[in-house]
Design a protein around this ligand. Structure first.
Ligand code: SF4
Length: 437
């Protein structure tokens, strides 16, 4: 590992990226810009993307003068990276936003620089699971398998929807379904009872942040037989390591389809006790969670940006429920002895604060959370920080690595990761606890 610091990167009007000869790379911890030590830097993980940041000037560090410099060479912009899955971003890019700058699209922007001719960033791998390593996906092979599966199930609208996800959105979960491995997606809901600021499946036209959803939300509610057919086929081909999950990026909130979900879980468990039936959800409907537990649901992954109700509400903009419903859903899973995970949207300057550490610790302790999945929040940093600061949710950043170490110290049994685990990786659960119906 090189001992040298990285240089600032910037781009010209054509998007070509350059290394500044003198200025050093800076990172933004959500509160201020700071230089990065050599041991904070990692070569850009394979599968990461590089972005120019329109209407934003790069900022660098002049070590000789010990001062920060905004690089305003005409026609140049700041750059950032969108790190590959299974990696946690630890610092935002440092840039100055010009008045007429557009909002940034829905990606997780990370600091990037150049060291010894190589792109580097501030990140740590949080899950060794290989299921979304980009070099393991052959699109021609996938296309062939899609055609075969569609031919075998011509009337299943869900498989038709997943064809679009796999071939056009390049969704790794949908691709793994057609590749008969790991986790299969079961998108179920065209509607949602929240309006997350960074929702990737639905953004209000002409919204105040002018952001565009990354993909279209599913336009119909799959029937019980369509959901069960996809799940049972996947479990039959993958075996007990299979995970089938309601709640995907291409849908609203699955709890809005209680009859379809309950019917599908019962239909699956009537035929097999193999695999894991998982629900990714905003956990807004404890009444439905209870019915799904009774039907045979194995695990729940609750998505949240915070354990503090005011910070959560500022992002989720819930309709007809509040954070107490989310905590009640967690308690129901705890009391039923099922596997409980948080899909925890991490953001420098919001997550790594004392207030969040204490609130999250209290929730993990109360609900006996088994796993925290550390996800980078996909949102324009200034849009998010402004919104969270308005409810007093920002604070003195502790640094994500030190923050994470303190959380680990408090909960040595807690699993950290990025992906929904198969049964054999569900630490803390009686591995033989099969929900037989
Ligand atoms: S809960 Fe999910 S589907 Fe609903 S608004 Fe939030 S991100 Fe979008």
């Amino acid at each position: 590992m090189s001992e040298s610091r990285a240089k600032m990167a910037y781009a010209d009007a054509e998007g070509r990226i350059y290394e500044h000869p003198d200025l050093e790379m800076l990172g933004w911890d959500g509160e201020c810009w700071r230089p990065l030590e050599a041991d904070e830097l990692t070569p850009l993980p394979e599968g990461s993307d590089l972005f120019t940041l329109p209407g934003r000037l790069a900022a660098g560090y002049d070590a000789e003068r010990d001062e920060v410099v905004v690089f305003d060479e005409p026609g140049t912009t700041a750059v950032s990276c969108f790190i590959a899955p299974a990696y946690l971003r630890t610092l935002l890019p440092a840039y100055e936003t010009l008045d007429d700058a557009p909002a940034l699209p829905l990606f997780a922007y990370s600091a990037v620089g150049i060291r010894d001719g190589e792109m580097v960033t501030a990140t740590v791998r949080v899950d060794e699971d290989i299921r979304q390593d980009p070099f393991r996906f052959d699109i021609d092979d996938i296309a062939g398998r899609v055609a075969t599966r569609r031919e075998a199930h011509p009337d299943n609208r869900l498989i038709e929807h997943l064809e679009n996800c796999a071939l056009n959105y390049h969704c790794r979960a949908a691709q793994n379904y057609f590749l008969d491995r790991f986790e299969a997606p079961l998108p179920a809901a065209p509607t949602c009872n929240a309006f997350c600021v960074g929702c990737i499946s639905l953004q209000p036209k002409g919204g105040d942040e002018q952001m565009v959803a990354a993909h279209d939300r599913i336009g119909f509610a799959p029937r019980v037989d369509e959901l069960a057919e996809v799940a049972l086929g996947h479990i039959a081909r993958v075996g007990d390591d299979a995970v089938v999950s309601f709640g995907q990026g291409c849908e609203g909130e699955p709890l809005n389809q209680p009859l379809e979900l309950e019917g599908a879980v019962r239909a699956i468990r009537r035929q097999t006790d193999l695999g894991i039936i998982n629900l990714n959800s905003n956990a807004s409907r404890p009444d439905v969670i209870r019915r799904l537990v009774d039907a045979g649901l194995d695990s729940l992954r609750i998505s949240t940006n915070s354990a503090r109700p005011e910070v959560w509400a500022a992002y989720y903009r819930p309709v007809g429920y509040d954070f107490s419903a989310v905590r009640e859903s967690a308690r129901i899973i705890r009391d039923a002895g099922r596997y409980l995970m948080l899909n925890y949207f991490v953001f420098p300057g919001v997550t790594d604060t004392e207030a969040e550490l204490d609130a999250l610790s209290a929730w993990i302790d109360e609900a006996r959370v088994h796993m925290v999945q550390l996800r980078n929040l996909n949102l324009d940093p200034e849009v998010y920080l402004d919104r969270i600061a308005a409810v007093g949710g920002t604070g003195q950043p502790l640094g994500l690595i030190p923050w994470l170490s303190r959380l680990r110290e408090r909960f040595p049994e807690l699993t950290f990761g990025y992906f929904n685990p198969p049964r054999r990786k569900m630490g803390g659960l009686d591995a033989d606890l099969r929900v037989s119906m």
